[in-house]
Design a binder for this molecule. Structure first.
Ligand code: AMP
Ligand code: TRP
Length: 336
């Protein structure tokens, strides 16, 4: 039986934090043996907001190294850089021409990001979900493991599949495949350490709001020591009046590998002074092996280059085939 296909990606902007890890990458790693996986560093998406050309290439390689350090296994997964495969931009153009403008204008992430950019909103920022749809569709992905915030983009991708298949395909021979989001309940929305009602985010101006995967142990301990809590003794999940409490317990659950019932029992009578060092220790212990592996990989640039070259060669086969399929359906001639 052929395995289902998985595709996902993260942008090389800012530092990778616990939200990216627990919401996305860790889930890729956990299920990779069951699927045929494609994981890319989406560097074309990184320029939809103002970016620094001096650091883009390094940030892209750093993120690829972090994928490997987090446990992406090349026996099951193909790792590549989005901009290395021109089919992504090309399919995005073709999809642009069949995407109604108002579908993009109502995307929540666009509205949020645009409001932060003021006058400086690029067409690329509006078009971001179309490029993401191209990423997914070029690999016939069945499943897209992401955090909760990306669900709307995958729904848009599905709407585009319907449009293309209806307009240019036949019932018997659909052109593109419907992807499904793969969203885990726990970790799908890791919240800020300074405000339990806000998502942990790369773009939060406060470093204290997030734990980065490459933060040294003393920095992690400091951030947890200072993070926002509440004055109530006894810790609990799922109390809407205690968003910080729920978030920190969820982080502890995910990082320690304990079950919800175990965490509940262990912490129900604890105060914050007792709990915070436990959480800090489990975060440090979970990140330590990732950091060690990351430094190993970064010290051997030839190895990383060869991984990305092989990844590109493999990914290109699928991207090329599917782009050809769409172009043919839209009526393009093939160059001889
Ligand atoms: P981005 O940082 O926007 O490139 O996001 C990369 C991946 O991390 C996507 O799958 C997001 O859904 C996921 N992600 C980002 N922030 C969070 C968060 N605070 N909680 C859970 N998942 C997140
Ligand atoms: N938009 C995603 C994010 O911000 C990143 C992304 C781009 C992506 N292309 C993708 C995720 C394709 C999954 C599949 O997190």
């Amino acid at each position: 039986m052929t395995k289902k296909r998985v595709l996902s990606g993260v942008q090389p902007t800012g530092n990778l934090h616990l939200g990216n890890y627990l919401g996305a990458i860790r889930n890729w790693v956990e299920v990779q043996q069951e699927y045929e996986n494609y994981f890319c560093v989406v560097d074309l998406h990184a320029i939809t907001v103002p970016h620094n050309p001096k650091t883009l290439a390094d940030d892209t390689y750093t993120l690829a190294a972090l994928y490997l350090a987090c446990g992406i296994d090349l026996n099951y997964s193909t790792l590549f850089i989005q901009s290395h495969i021109s089919a992504h931009s090309e399919l995005a153009w073709l999809l642009n021409c069949i995407t109604p403008l108002n579908w993009l204008e109502r995307m929540i992430q666009f509205k949020e990001k645009a409001s932060k950019q003021g006058e400086n909103v690029s067409v690329g920022l509006l078009d971001y979900p179309v490029l993401m749809a191209a990423d997914i569709l070029l690999y016939d992905a069945d499943l897209v493991p992401v955090g909760e915030d990306q669900k709307q983009h995958i729904e848009l991708t599905r709407d585009l599949v319907t449009r293309i298949n209806d307009q240019y395909g036949t019932k018997k021979e659909p052109i593109l495949k419907y992807p499904e989001p793969l969203i885990r309940k726990e970790g799908a929305r890791v919240m800020s350490l300074t405000d339990g009602t806000k998502k942990m985010s790369k773009s939060d101006p406060s470093e204290m709001s997030r734990i980065n995967l490459l933060d040294p142990p003393d920095e992690i301990a400091k951030k947890i020591k200072r993070c926002k809590t509440d004055p109530i003794k006894g810790l609990e999940f799922d109390n809407p009046d205690r968003p910080e409490c729920h978030n920190l317990l969820t982080l502890y659950l995910l990082l320690s590998g304990k079950t919800k019932a175990e965490v509940q029992q262990e912490t129900c009578e604890m105060g914050w002074g007792q709990f915070k060092p436990l959480l800090a220790d489990s975060a440090i212990a979970a990140l330590e092996p990732i950091q060690a592996k990351y430094h190993d990989i970064m010290s051997d640039r030839d190895y990383l280059d060869s991984v990305l070259r092989e990844g590109r060669e493999k990914a290109e086969v699928s991207a090329h085939e599917i782009l050809g399929r769409v172009k043919k359906a839209l009526g393009y001639s093939t160059p001889l």
